[in-house]
Design a protein around this ligand. Structure first.
Ligand SMILES: C[S@@+](CC[C@H](N)C(=O)[O-])C[C@H]1O[C@@H](n2cnc3c(N)ncnc32)[C@H](O)[C@@H]1O
Length: 186
């Protein structure tokens, strides 16, 4: 076997390994799109300020939910920094797998992640809700966010306003690319 043959075999093996992984990735990203929002993360350099604004709500006994959690970075951050319980939901099984893996590495048993459509999540006991979603699915959630969230709860929407919660708007942060909106239910 020549050196060229070895390189060829290596290239073929790599391709056979990478192609299925690429296919899984593309399928999972398409699933996210179809269900309501593509997978785009909240910028790491903006996380501190976004969470800091909500800190008076982030108490040990409060419950945090991230709707469409992606890799779960915000949920893990509040659990790690504020010692509270956090739950992230995402429709994309690959992202839930990654979120759980990172959580295990960081040893944060209070951070839980589930594959679930956010339209089916019970928000009635939640104190802080974080979302970074597109306007159409925000609109679909109207009944849930208006009628099932308890009084006193804080809803944080990154990038897009929640038009039907306008009267509850209490604060906003101007980020590099997007604004973040804070709504306090009463
Ligand atoms: C823009 S990303 C935000 C990710 C993460 N929250 C962040 O800020 O870094 C939106 C996420 O919502 C998820 N998603 C979209 N529609 C969903 C649905 N109906 N139910 C659950 N998750 C959904 C996508 O899979 C994607 O991970």
């Amino acid at each position: 076997m020549t050196f060229g043959d070895i390189i060829y075999l290596l290239a073929i093996s790599l391709e056979l390994l990478l192609l299925p992984l690429l296919a899984i990735y593309i399928i999972s990203i398409t699933i996210s799109w179809l269900y309501g929002a593509p997978y785009v993360v909240t910028r790491k350099d903006e996380l501190n300020e976004l969470v800091e604004k909500a800190k008076k709500y982030l108490t040990k006994n409060a419950q945090f939910i991230e709707l469409g959690c992606g890799d779960g970075r915000i949920t893990r951050m509040v659990v790690r920094d504020y010692g509270m319980k956090g739950v992230g939901y995402d429709i994309n099984p690959l992202l839930i797998f990654v979120a759980r893996l990172l959580t295990r590495f960081q040893r944060l048993p209070q951070a839980l992640f589930f594959k679930k459509n956010i339209l089916e999540v019970d928000l009635s006991q939640t104190d802080v809700i974080y979302l970074y979603l597109l306007p159409p699915i925000i609109l679909t959630m109207k009944n849930k966010l208006l009628n099932t969230v308890k009084g006193g709860a804080l809803i944080i929407s990154h990038a897009f306003k929640i038009p039907y919660l306008e009267k509850y708007l209490t604060d906003q942060v101007d980020g590099v690319k997007f604004k973040t909106y804070y709504y306090k239910r009463h």
